[in-house]
Design a protein around this ligand. Sequence first.
Ligand SMILES: C[S@@+](CC[C@H](N)C(=O)[O-])C[C@H]1O[C@@H](n2cnc3c(N)ncnc32)[C@H](O)[C@@H]1O
Length: 237
Amino acid sequence: MNFKKRAFGQRITRPLANISFAVMNKQVRAIESSGISMMHTARPFWYYRRVFFQGQSATSVLNDLKGKVIVDIGCGYTPFADDSMFQACHQAGVEFYGVDPLLANQVKIDFKDRLLARAMGSKGNFSNTPEGMSNAISAYADALPFAEQSVDQILTSFLLFVWIKDEAALTKILREFLRVLKPGGVAKLYQLPDWRLMQFENMELIEVLKRFTIKQTFVHGGLDFRVTPAMLTVMGK
Ligand SMILES: C[S@@+](CC[C@H](N)C(=O)[O-])C[C@H]1O[C@@H](n2cnc3c(N)ncnc32)[C@H](O)[C@@H]1O
């Protein structure tokens, strides 16, 4: 794509992504204020491929990830769905961890969870006792049970937006990402607003951000709005 076309594309996609972020944020707050707390989803592998891996085929993603350590933070119920990236990686021998505080409790997927998963594009079957559960870990994003410099990629989908205005919390999480990522590792965060518009004031956060290279790309699902048109933020260490 030539420079002019790219500049034009960015003039459209960045505002679109910011509107999409604002709408999503508002919807989630409205859901929360109606008494429903955090929703636990089970998004399928195709969604992860579209959002985090430029829509590459399952085979290509799994081949690329062989020998790497991948951590999906705020993974929801994905370990329990047989069409998830968690299970695809387990089957393919890729070291993939699903991290979510909900995993502290015995999970029992019910009708409502299945319905939500279907709405998010999952066609999978659910098991309450799936394989690979030693890689499904209960932990919080700011206290990850991984050694320093041990992780190649961190994935987060609909997680960090919660703390976008809580700069102290965001600092703790990003510092933790820096700690566990290998040099050259990346954290892929979907979705967040345009970083260039963020007016952070917390000096610690500003310092932590300086230690990453930050690149944003626009992702979308075409007419499939289960992939919201929005920014994928890739933070390289
Ligand atoms: C809005 S859901 C997103 C789930 C899924 N990644 C998706 O894209 O639909 C947020 C998930 O993050 C989990 N979560 C909440 N607080 C967290 C924290 N401090 N660290 C890690 N995960 C957290 C919740 O239990 C929930 O499953």
